[in-house]
Write a protein that binds this ligand. Structure first.
Ligand SMILES: [Fe+2]
Length: 303
């Protein structure tokens, strides 16, 4: 499964906050967020933070740690706490170094301190074994497949299926693999009572001759005919877009919290609000002066 980081108790969070030299003011702001009601239908979706061990690290003119800190603060400032934050891979800056994961977990710890659990997936800039080792003391992990991080997150109005498309660190294309595809098909078939929302790091290419996921055709053969599969969430391309494939499946490209490859693209995160027959997506930008900051897009489920 994706690594699950459970919420911290107040005592744990206070101890860690003070140990980090962050002080009581920071602790109080997290405590305020923690006392807000939880919205069981709201999910904070974060992708491609690219955190280096050194918090001062810059790439493409962007300080990634600073941006993720702004995003974490924005999640905490929402009127109601989301059920969880799902972080969709490329957690580490480039090659998934152990120390990168130490800084990453410290930066997202305020979410846990505010009683928001985290579900983490991996991308092509992560390293699976170093990630597992770095989070060994914190993680709660049950893996349906021994060598992949996959999970089903049941919610009142849908089931989330978090997949693992990391093939090789620093090799751009993703791979789902036969075992994971078989597990996915079986797991989807066993849960037809609710909409299924699938999240994985790599984007679909949807174009002949372009390879983003090596076995993309096999993945879509699993997703498209199962009409309760409603949406495929991905990152990897550092873009924000909401489209549909020819079968009506919603394709949601989550923005990066780090650096976009196209300067016109937003940096931020998305709050997904599950509704009885669809979902509302709310784009939250680091640059709150952007025209698309706080954009809301309503999706209807395919029948
Ligand atoms: Fe990325």
């Amino acid at each position: 499964m994706p690594i699950y980081l459970p919420p911290l108790s107040r005592r744990q969070f206070l101890a860690r906050t003070l140990a980090a030299g962050a002080g009581l003011a920071l602790f109080r702001s997290r405590l305020l967020a923690a006392t807000r009601d939880q919205d069981p239908h709201a999910w904070a979706l974060i992708s491609d933070p690219h955190i280096a061990a050194d918090r001062a690290k810059m790439a493409r003119g962007i300080n990634m740690a600073g941006q993720l800190t702004i995003v974490v603060q924005d999640v905490l400032s929402q009127p109601r706490r989301p059920a969880a934050a799902l972080i969709n891979g490329d957690l580490a800056f480039n090659s998934g170094e152990t120390a990168d994961y130490g800084t990453f977990t410290a930066l997202v710890e305020p979410l846990r301190g505010a009683r928001i659990p985290l579900q983490l997936a991996l991308g092509n800039h992560d390293h699976r074994e170093r990630f597992w080792a770095a989070l060994n003391n914190d993680k709660s992990i049950v893996r349906p497949l021994e060598d992949r991080q996959i999970a089903i997150l049941p919610a009142a109005r849908a089931n989330w299926f978090m997949l693992d498309s990391l093939d090789k660190t620093l090799s751009t294309p993703g791979l789902i693999g036969e075992a994971q595809l078989a597990w996915l098909a079986q797991s989807l078939d066993a849960r037809k009572d609710k909409p299924a929302l699938v999240m994985l790091h790599h984007n679909p290419s949807l174009a002949p001759g372009k390879v983003s996921i090596i076995d993309e055709a096999a993945l879509f053969e699993v997703l498209r005919p199962r009409r309760h599969v409603q949406a495929y969430f991905f990152g990897h391309s550092h873009r924000w877009s909401v489209t549909r494939d020819p079968s009506g499946l919603h394709l949601i490209n989550l923005p990066t919290t780090a650096y976009p490859f196209d300067a016109a693209q937003p940096i931020g995160w998305v709050m997904a609000q599950l509704q009885p027959r669809g979902m509302r997506l709310n784009l939250r930008c680091v640059d709150t002066k952007r025209a698309d900051h706080d954009q809301k897009i309503d999706l209807e489920w395919r029948s």
